[in-house]
Design a protein around this ligand. Structure first.
Ligand SMILES: C[S@@+](CC[C@H](N)C(=O)[O-])C[C@H]1O[C@@H](n2cnc3c(N)ncnc32)[C@H](O)[C@@H]1O
Length: 258
């Protein structure tokens, strides 16, 4: 499970992942679909903060207390507020339905078994209003698997607020039978003299979820496709070229909540 991974790396996450390529996409979705957003696997609020800042009411859910604590501190420091829940997306129950449910940053396949993916989709179905939309962002597995090549890569080389330097190395391998990718992450911190202060290793797994497999799962869970994009600029999905598979799903009429 990735819970231990995020407990280990929470303090480094914002230095590791400080991209904003999806903020405009989600801001325009928020404007289009309206208020009351449930953001799942929200982490330290990379997306939550700009969406709250844009004036929307966001409920952010994550199973990592360490990641949510950072989000809470960031909200307080900026005079913002959001409802935070520490819960697992396979079993959450908030007693409420939402107009929009999002899983940003291609995180859904961190649930690696079909049973877990199904449980999460059923919970999402139960929390979505009949007229609501569920946005699930995935990598396009055909393009994503090209970087799963067993090579060690330097993916971050960044100065921290302390003046120290953070290097992050990744090595990814795939089990061909299960399509599970093992991600080996190495975090190194160096001081101004180039002396290593700390080194941390943390493994993570994700499922290289194929398009037909996800289609089958969300159909069984009671969803159907409203829109599908190949990137955050709303471009059409191209199986061979698109980096992402951005699903905008709605409830299939007639399928009761679980
Ligand atoms: C790649 S991070 C993405 C964080 C944030 N959405 C972002 O865009 O930076 C994935 C997040 O999913 C959370 N997560 C993984 N499995 C989960 C589960 N089963 N239930 C709830 N949260 C989970 C992790 O704790 C982590 O914060």
């Amino acid at each position: 499970m990735s819970q231990a991974h995020y407990a280990r790396i929470a303090a480094l996450y914002d230095a590791f992942v400080n991209t904003d390529f999806d903020i405009e996409f989600f801001t325009s979705q928020a404007h289009e679909q309206g208020d009351e957003i449930l953001e799942l696997m929200a982490g330290t609020g990379r997306l939550t903060i700009p969406i709250v800042r844009a004036g929307f009411r966001v409920t952010a859910l994550d199973f990592s207390a360490e990641m949510l604590q950072i989000l809470q501190h960031k909200l307080e420091a900026q005079g913002l507020s959001a409802e935070l829940h520490q819960a697992d997306i396979r079993s959450f129950s908030l007693g409420k339905q939402y107009k929009q449910i999002w899983i940003p940053f291609h995180a859904f396949p961190e649930l690696i078994s079909e049973a877990d993916q199904t449980k999460a989709l059923e919970r999402i179905h139960a929390h979505l209003l009949d007229e609501g939309v569920f946005i699930c962002t995935l990598h396009n597995p055909i393009v994503r698997e090209k970087s799963v090549d067993g090579q060690m890569r330097l993916v971050v080389n960044r100065e921290l607020a302390s003046g120290n330097k953070l290097l992050v190395w990744l090595l990814q391998t795939r089990h061909s039978e299960t399509n599970i990718v093992e991600v080996h992450e190495f975090f190194e911190e160096y001081n101004a003299h180039g002396v290593m202060i700390s080194k941390q290793y943390s493994p993570l797994q994700f499922h290289l979820l194929s398009k037909p497999a996800f289609e089958r799962l969300f159909t069984q869970a009671g969803f159907e496709v409203l829109k599908i994009y190949g990137n955050y600029d709303h471009s059409a999905f191209d199986e061979e070229q698109s980096q992402f598979l951005l699903w905008v799903l709605k409830k299939h009429p007639g399928k009761p909540d679980n």
